[in-house]
Write a protein that binds this ligand. Structure first.
Ligand code: NAD
Length: 415
């Protein structure tokens, strides 16, 4: 969409004008001396490791941006992230941190309160269970968005997220997803060469994320079920989607990108080889092996596992009629892709770069992982259409600190 099609407005003005009624009231200036109409105000939802990192990446890579608001379910996470940002040593970061007490929001509705402020851009880095609901609200509030991967944990969530992505497009909101390899030069240049025919027609692919268990926390006796599920979120299916969704999505995304398509079919297996049946280890499996089929008949063999003291391997590889590639070997890296994705977002918002909305690609990569998990858990071959249209919604409708959220049964194929 060019400036004429937007009625002579910049993309930023257009996005604001097309946002919900009453937005003009919410964009009143804070009165800070350094404020000007081009300063982008950022709000972070999900103040953990990646959220804090993403904010620093954004501040490092861009001029005239500042972090002004934080939202998290837990107050201790806000306090520690705020302190880390405010005490940052870098002269490129510190002046861009301007967080007031009344711009810090805690609780299950913290995201709603942050969306009512005048932030222009939301960085979303909660665990993925919350993504579809929060991103729908962020788009309705007319915010530009950076959202971490994966974008959901179930087909219902993917469908909700896709609807929000399309609405963001209609409103001209910039929308960048945290699949940083898509902003990494070596991948971009190599995959362009593959698309140009360098290795011939792609006949098969391999994608691996074989790594160790990321984290697992003991329960503090003071925590209710919900607090424990959210603090130990990497261990429950409804909060993280299992390791294939939470982590392996990065590698599946690369192969979808190379193939210019999502798989049409999958057959898979997996299990839980070493984890004791304890609450802290949740209900996840610890290994998946999937055979995905693409529309042209090519197959991708995918392996993902969380095993300690084992051979780790994280890579992608494609084989064509004229050669092989690891999807990075025909390009040259420069810079940090985790900074570049924020530079690309801000350029899109300001109209100094191409308009970006990468939501559908990441929704498809998330769905690819979910489809593999569904095939493995059930032991059945699944088509894309069956998987994405499945009536499967794992995230509880009501989240309440006082309610019980028992750990689900560990999936057993055929049951
Ligand atoms: N792109 C990458 O390479 C990359 C790297 C690391 C993490 N990530 C992604 O970032 C996300 C977060 O990972 P992390 O390592 O930062 O986890 P984390 O546990 O450090 O942080 C998550 C934060 O979200 C908060 N939170 C949970 N539910 C919330 C809700 N409903 N509303 C507001 N806040 C909520 C938690 O309290 C926590 O502070 C994950 O989806 C992960 O896959 C991406």
């Amino acid at each position: 969409m060019n400036k004429e099609q937007r009625g002579g407005m910049t993309r930023r003005e257009f996005a604001k004008a097309s946002a919900v009624t009453g937005f003009a009231i919410l964009t009143a200036k804070s009165g800070l001396a350094e404020d000007n109409s081009d300063t982008l105000k950022i709000g972070l939802i999900g103040c953990g490791g990646r959220g804090g990192g993403a904010v620093l990446n954004c501040l490092q890579g861009n001029d005239n941006v500042k972090i002004v608001a934080l939202a998290d379910v837990f107050e201790d996470r806000i306090k520690s992230k705020r302190s880390e940002m405010e005490n940052h040593k870098s002269p490129r970061i510190k002046p861009k941190v301007d967080i007031k007490d009344d711009m810090c929001f805690t609780g299950l509705d913290a995201y709603k309160k942050l969306l009512e402020t005048d932030v222009d851009v939301v960085i979303h880095a909660t665990p993925p269970y919350a993504r579809p609901m929060h991103i729908t609200a962020a788009v309705a509030a007319g915010k530009h968005i950076f959202v971490e991967k994966p974008i959901a944990v179930d087909p219902a969530g993917v469908r909700i997220f896709i609807d929000a992505v399309n609405k963001a497009k209609e409103k001209g909101l910039s929308f960048v997803t945290g699949t940083q390899r898509r902003h990494q030069r070596a991948y971009i240049e190599t995959i362009q060469r593959i698309h140009d025919g360098e290795i011939g027609e792609v006949l098969s692919a391999r994608a691996y994320w074989n790594g160790t268990l990321p984290f697992c926390h003991e329960r503090d006796p003071k925590w209710g079920d919900l607090e424990y599920r959210l603090r130990n979120w990497y261990n429950y299916i409804w909060t993280c989607g299992d390791n294939i969704v939470e982590q392996h999505i990065h590698n599946l995304d690369i192969i979808n990108w190379v193939m210019n398509a999502h798989p049409v079919k999958v057959t898979a297996s997996g299990g839980r080889a070493w984890k004791p049946r304890e609450e802290k280890y949740g209900d996840l499996w610890d290994n998946f092996s999937c055979d995905f089929e693409y529309p042209n008949g090519a197959h991708m063999y995918s392996f993902s596992r969380h095993w300690n003291d084992s051979a780790n391997a994280v890579f992608e590889e494609v084989t064509g009629t004229k050669g092989k590639s690891n999807c990075r070997d025909m390009g040259k890296d420069s810079g940090d892709p985790m900074i570049q994705e924020h530079v690309d977002l801000v350029n899109s918002i300001r109209g100094t770069g191409p308009y970006l909305n990468t939501g559908i690609a990441t929704a498809e990569s998330t769905m690819t992982a979910i489809m593999g998990r569904m095939a493995a858990y059930t032991g059945k071959e699944l088509t894309w259409d069956e998987a994405i249209n499945a009536d499967l919604s794992l995230v509880p409708d009501d989240l309440d600190w006082d309610k019980p959220y028992p750990v689900g049964p560990i999936p057993v194929p055929g049951t």
